[in-house]
Write a protein that binds this ligand. Structure first.
Ligand SMILES: [Zn+2]
Ligand SMILES: [Zn+2]
Length: 284
């Protein structure tokens, strides 16, 4: 069973990735939400080149993947769920919930710590918001995230299936909730009770730091509600709002080489602890 899961892991993930990306790309053409600022070809070429680079760096840097560590933890009795008798569906559900909470908390940390914000703001520096924005992360952020995920898996001892499911679902929802697609308001309202929708996550990509530092959830919207970081809609509306951050606003900044050096350029302003980001002005 474990061997099957492990050997099929790359194929399952690649198939899900390509399938969801294709569906989102077609959906974006059929029902776009906003007018594009930048031709799609510039952003897609560079964003997807970054995905390839991230994947290579990640596979070369870590001797083990999260699913592999979950299998190892199971064999050696590491982590909570491998030392505590519980029905397998409870272990799977609880593990996926806790992994999602961990990702949420990690996201808050990447906004709050200035050195980490320098890495994560590259995700926010995209000048349009579409499915490939959801894949655009600095390689160093990818490596740190992987380290955190492995630590959580070792402590939690989740079923390997839960880790695989979580990673596939997270990859799919990241492309969905960044997609430039128009969902009817009532559909969005019902969907965002259970999952982060594009309209909910777009607020997080607003150039206004008060909006940038809200809606941290990637899968489940509940953590933002519970922990007080939820903002329902952008102040300027979805068509009027500006996407990105104040720094890095030229087309040249969307190129892969520039993206990679963004962490060391300019001040670390705009993060969650920047005074500008925390002063609340009345928003109607
Ligand atoms: Zn963010
Ligand atoms: Zn995002």
């Amino acid at each position: 069973m474990f061997e099957t899961v492990l050997s099929a892991e790359p194929t399952i993930r690649l198939a899900a990735f390509l399938g969801v990306l294709t569906v989102m790309a077609l959906w974006e053409v059929a029902a776009p939400r906003r007018r594009r600022e930048v031709p799609r070809v510039i952003r897609w070429t560079n964003n997807l080149a970054l995905v390839a680079l991230d994947t290579i760096i990640l596979r070369l840097s870590f001797p083990i993947i999260a699913v592999g560590l979950a299998v190892m933890a199971e064999e050696r009795g590491w982590g909570f769920f491998n030392n505590f008798d519980s029905p397998v569906w409870v272990a799977i559900t609880a593990s996926m919930l806790l992994l999602d909470l961990a990702i949420y908390l990690q996201h808050v940390m990447f906004h709050a710590v200035p050195g980490l914000w320098r890495l994560h703001r590259m995700h926010h520096a995209d000048l349009d918001f579409d499915a490939t924005t959801g894949l655009r992360f600095h390689p160093v952020e990818i490596l740190i995230s992987m380290g955190i995920k492995l630590a959580v898996v070792a402590a939690l001892g989740p079923p390997a299936v839960a880790v695989l499911l979580f990673e596939v679902v997270l990859n799919a929802t990241a492309m969905f909730n960044h997609a430039d697609i128009k969902l009817p308001r009532p559909v969005d309202r019902i969907l965002r009770l259970f999952v982060v929708t594009p309209d909910m996550h777009r607020v997080h990509h607003s150039v206004d730091p008060r909006e940038t530092n809200s809606n941290y959830g990637f899968n489940l919207p509940w953590w933002d509600h519970l922990l007080g970081t939820y903002v329902a809609q952008p102040a300027k509306g979805h068509e009027g709002m500006e996407i990105g951050i104040e720094q890095f606003r030229t087309r040249r900044d969307l190129w892969l080489d520039r993206m990679l050096i963004q962490p060391v350029r300019g001040p670390a302003s705009g993060g969650a602890l920047d005074p500008k980001a925390t002063t609340k002005e009345p928003v109607e």
